[in-house]
Design a protein around this ligand. Structure first.
Ligand SMILES: O=c1ccn([C@@H]2O[C@H](COP(=O)(O)O)[C@@H](O)[C@H]2O)c(=O)[nH]1
Length: 336
């Protein structure tokens, strides 16, 4: 693939920044240190859904607030804070899903901001899943707003990393790459998503290559040019666990890109499906589960073992089970 990828301004730009001292704060180096320290690539998504929240959290929010948006935002914040308290000792990173917070306007956005801050203070790497992307000059505003990287004071949203939509073209990735490298932050570019209709556009072929392979080639170039101490760059790829063959193919096509792999658990993928995402050390990928951890109490075996008010114990047990599952069935076992 790489030989078909035409040189671009992105590459010229990367030649300049590759000597920058900012690379000492490389996102992948920080993420891999966290993965090694927790001995697992399990990533907990923070996807609060009001109808599924514990009753005590909802009643406490209702007692303090009158508008629906304020009630929901307060409940989301409390739920996520308590999720963070449970999972921070166990996993390297969390992924708040911005959509659930944005739905509730300014109150929801303020809650998201505090959740990100709390997660960072708990020592977690924070990946904000907001799937941003726009023409270059606008993309830069997104990048400046979300990407704080090594210094949490450098951006309002203060995330370590942001998910990015590449549909507008490789030039629109440039501002994200620039800000990420300057601040020691990272981005995960959508390459092969986990949804059932992912292939509608992503599998379309041009000159014998699918669209997702073309995006993967660009991502790997960006990753290669933003490596720090280790093999992986600050620019990674989102690749769904629900397409295991493509996941293994993309691991090989993007040897320098860290992978963010959603689809484990509630979307049906298991540990065997994500084994191909890792290198032999058990690095190179983080595996996300959101509903399966957040709302473990709603499903067997946790619903049988714990009372509804013991939902945090269910979260803890589900996180331990995911960690053990990945350790047993994937190269992540080599981290133990
Ligand atoms: O291809 C993609 C990209 C992002 N997501 C997001 O990940 C979580 C998955 O949640 P589960 O409850 O574990 O299914 C969610 O926030 C999605 O928006 C994805 O699923 N697939």
């Amino acid at each position: 693939m790489k030989e078909n990828h035409e040189p671009s301004d992105v590459e010229d730009y990367l030649t300049c920044i590759s000597e920058s001292s900012y690379l000492m704060h490389n996102f992948s180096d920080r993420l891999n240190a966290a993965i090694r320290s927790k001995k697992t690539p399990a990533l907990v998504g923070l996807d609060p859904r009001f109808d599924w929240l514990p009753a005590e959290i909802v009643s406490a929010a209702e007692a303090k607030h009158s508008s629906k948006a304020d009630i929901v935002a307060a409940a989301f914040e409390e739920f996520c804070f308590r999720m963070i308290d449970v999972v921070a000792p166990l996993v390297p990173a969390v992924k708040p899903q911005a959509a659930f917070f944005e739905e509730w306007g300014p109150a929801g956005c303020a809650a998201l901001q505090r959740v990100i801050k709390k997660a960072r203070e708990a020592g977690l790497v924070v990946i904000c899943d907001a799937k941003r992307g726009d023409i270059g000059s606008t993309a830069e505003a997104y990048a400046r707003g979300y990407l704080a990287g090594a210094d949490p004071e450098s951006a309002i949203w203060a995330a370590d990393c942001l998910t990015v939509n590449p549909y507008l073209g490789s030039d629109t990735l440039e501002p994200f790459v620039k800000v990420a490298v300057e601040r020691g932050a990272g981005i995960y570019v959508l390459v092969r998503t986990s949804n059932p209709g992912a292939g509608t556009f992503q599998d379309r072929q041009t000159d014998g290559h699918t669209l997702y392979e073309c995006v993967a080639a660009v991502v790997n170039d960006l990753a290669l040019n933003t490596t720090g101490e280790g093999n992986y760059g600050a620019i990674g790829a989102v690749v769904g666990a629900t397409y295991p063959e493509e996941l293994s193919q993309l691991r090989a096509l993007m040897p320098h890109a860290p992978l963010l792999v959603p689809g484990y658990g509630s979307q049906g993928a298991g540990a065997g499906d994500v084994a191909g995402a890792f290198d032999t050390e058990g690095l190179g990928a983080i595996i996300n589960s959101s509903r399966g951890i957040n709302f473990a109490i709603r499903k067997a075996p946790y619903s049988e073992k714990y009372a509804p008010e013991e939902w945090e114990q269910a979260v803890e047990a589900a996180t331990h089970d995911m960690i053990a599952d990945l350790a047993e069935h994937t190269p992540a076992g080599n981290l133990q």
